[in-house]
Design a protein around this ligand. Sequence first.
Ligand code: ADP
Ligand code: MG
Length: 322
Amino acid sequence: NILSDQISAGEVIERPASVVKELVENSIDAGSSRIDVEITEAGLKQIKITDNGSGIAPDQVQLAFKRFATSKINNQADLFKIHSLGFRGEALPSIAAISDITMKTSDGEHEGSEIHIHGGKLVQQGPAEIRRGTTVEVNELFFNTPNRLKYLKSTATELSKITDIVNRLALSHPEVALSLQHNGRELLRTSGRNNMQQVIAGIYGNPSMKKMISVENENSKFKLTGYTSLPELTRASRKYISVIINGRFVKDYALNHSIIDGYGSKLMVGRYPVSVISVEMDPSLIDVNVHPTKQEVRLLDSRELSDFISKSIYASLSQRNL
Ligand code: ADP
Ligand code: MG
């Protein structure tokens, strides 16, 4: 029902950037190789996402907007083997409850469908052209939750949160061609050629990329790839440190810190490296169902992974006699 969808929206959708995150994750889950994000007025006017993924069958479209109905989790055991980014079946209904949303979707073979929902109420549903992929347009975000609107920061801040999210998604999925436009101006475009270096250069700039070295290491449990900056390239903030586990950007203090630890005494106090570290590991050792936004995860071998990351960073720097 609309009220419980609105309540759940409060947990999942804090700000325009949350909408962008959920929709792009859905596009990634749908196997898209290209995703275009177009934002107007930091997302308060419009958020439009176009992908070339699997689409949704006409008889499934309404279901996709029902809470938990599409949840990919059938039992407790499933929770520990999550491969997809989404799994709670909460995002679309939550967004639909607090905005005006239109989705056009087709698998590219059968007639597509279009659905329009306003504040959780179905306005219209009908056929659409056959064009593989999904376009979602979110207008009037938070129109019926004025309290949410009040808590939003300036347009500049909301936009920077959107850029952060899209950058992280691009870093986590270099195999997807991702673009971001704000008020018609292009802020990011990745090639989708699975080239992490290119993506980092696109986000942090070529001069920074030139000051980064590759980190690669593998043991029986973890496979680690990524780039980390030479001690000469540091920032006054930790926000340039990204840890990605199985294609999911994670917020984890200990893991971020393990990267800093790898530098030993090579960093000055208050300075942090620029670092993108991607880990592949057995998904059954991770619990991502800790928080609705799924950025916090619980690792069964957290300590072991931290040590592995520190050692890998240290080894890569040592190879350069650093
Ligand atoms: P979840 O991602 O947790 O399953 P969502 O509410 O985000 O839940 O999405 C509901 C369902 O709608 C998804 O499980 C998926 O089947 C479908 N869906 C949403 N967005 C897309 C998309 N861009 N392409 C294909 N299917 C989609
Ligand atoms: Mg989802």
